[in-house]
Ligand binder design. Structure first.
Ligand code: C2E
Ligand code: MG
Ligand code: MG
Length: 316
């Protein structure tokens, strides 16, 4: 927005200068005033034009939330050693009546820093709580929900999370993406310690892709660190050495390391050999609707009971 404003001001000033020059040549005061008014108009139209797509998307999302266009899908997170499901990540989807289904990549960025994204987090929490209280899940499964840094700074953050999550609170893991810059202000520390007192765990998402200062790891006590899937694309020995180093660092801090985006058996192999605790990816299971998750949960529960928790080959 600031960039747009800067550009608009530059355009307006340029137009004004050109206009003033022309007006002074004509020598009429009316002409000068007319030029200034026209320049201001141009600037307003320009700003309006630039801002429109984002504002329209925000408006559509606000209406969409009211009309029930959003829904939540769940992706299993597995123990790399046993391949048992140990939790799920709740992921937002928007089924727009005109533009069809859209992943969060299409809209989260435009909603960043708005109250609407906080409202959507509350929606995800309520949905997950409704869904998961009816599912045959093991008691120790956790439910991860992505939060935005801006929400964390709001007065009602703790209230929002507690009210929306309901009884799910003790299973809740809040995922905070490293892509947003979170500073250790007293407000953030207080909010997170309130959450921790209520049994909520904290995960650092997209590790290695954003503000990768190690301060963040040292400043906040994370229970999980999620390594972004781009590191699985590294070649040769470097990949396993990198993952081993991250695992060692994260373990030193008393947290568990999760790798995202495992798509192939060979990647699972690397992840397992690197000492990574947990993994998430299409090779284990894709994000799924609650009905599919119910079937998935029952299958897992029965396999676990049959095999008494030893080495279940779980692959959706
Ligand atoms: P994330 O939190 O890192 O979520 C993991 C993303 O990786 C998900 O994309 C998931 O579908 C995708 N993924 C999982 N396994 C694989 C795989 O094997 N291969 C590939 N190519 N992708 C895989 P999704 O659902 O599109 O979400 C993208 C991002 O949008 C999320 O990244 C998260 O940052 C954000 N997001 C999703 N839901 C919410 C939400 O409710 N609130 C907020 N604030 N952000 C959300
Ligand atoms: Mg996440
Ligand atoms: Mg991630």
């Amino acid at each position: 927005m600031d960039e747009h404003l800067d550009a608009a001001v530059t355009v307006a000033v340029a137009l004004s200068l050109a206009g003033l020059l022309a007006a002074s040549l004509i020598g009429s005061r009316d002409a000068v005033e007319l030029v200034i008014a026209l320049s201001a108009c141009c600037a307003v139209v320009y700003v309006g034009y630039r801002v429109r797509p984002k504002a329209r998307l925000q408006r559509a999302a606000r209406i969409g939330l009211r009309r029930g266009e959003f829904h939540v899908v769940y992706q299993p997170i597995v123990d790399t050693r046993t391949r048992h499901c140990v939790g799920v990540e709740a992921l937002l989807r928007w089924g727009h009546p005109k533009f069809g289904a859209g992943g969060p990549g299409l809209f989260i960025g435009a909603l960043e820093g708005t109250r609407l994204l906080s409202a959507l987090t509350c929606f995800v929490l309520r949905e997950a709580n409704n869904a998961l209280t009816q599912l045959p899940f093991a008691q120790d499964w956790h439910i991860s929900v992505n939060i935005c840094a801006w929400h964390l700074l709001e007065d009602h953050f703790v209230e929002d999370i507690c009210e929306s999550a309901g009884p799910m609170l003790e299973r809740l893991v809040l995922e905070l993406t490293e892509r947003s810059c979170v500073e250790r202000t007293s407000r953030v520390v207080t909010a997170l310690s309130h959450m921790r007192q209520r049994g909520v765990r904290l995960s650092l998402d997209d590790f290695g892709t954003g503000f990768s200062n190690l301060d963040l790891l040292a400043d906040f006590r994370f229970d999980y660190v999620k390594v972004d899937r781009r590191f699985l694309a590294m070649r040769g020995e470097a990949r396993i050495q990198f993952l081993k180093s991250v695992a060692a660092l994260v373990h030193t801090l008393g947290a568990k390391v999760v790798v995202e985006g495992v798509e192939r058996a060979a990647e699972h192999d690397v992840v397992q050999r690197s000492g990574i605790d947990l993994a998430q990816g299409y090779w284990y299971a894709k994000p799924m609707a609650v009905d599919q998750l119910r079937a998935f949960g029952s299958a897992t529960a029965s396999i676990n009971t049959l095999q008494d928790g030893t080495g279940t080959e779980l692959k959706a």
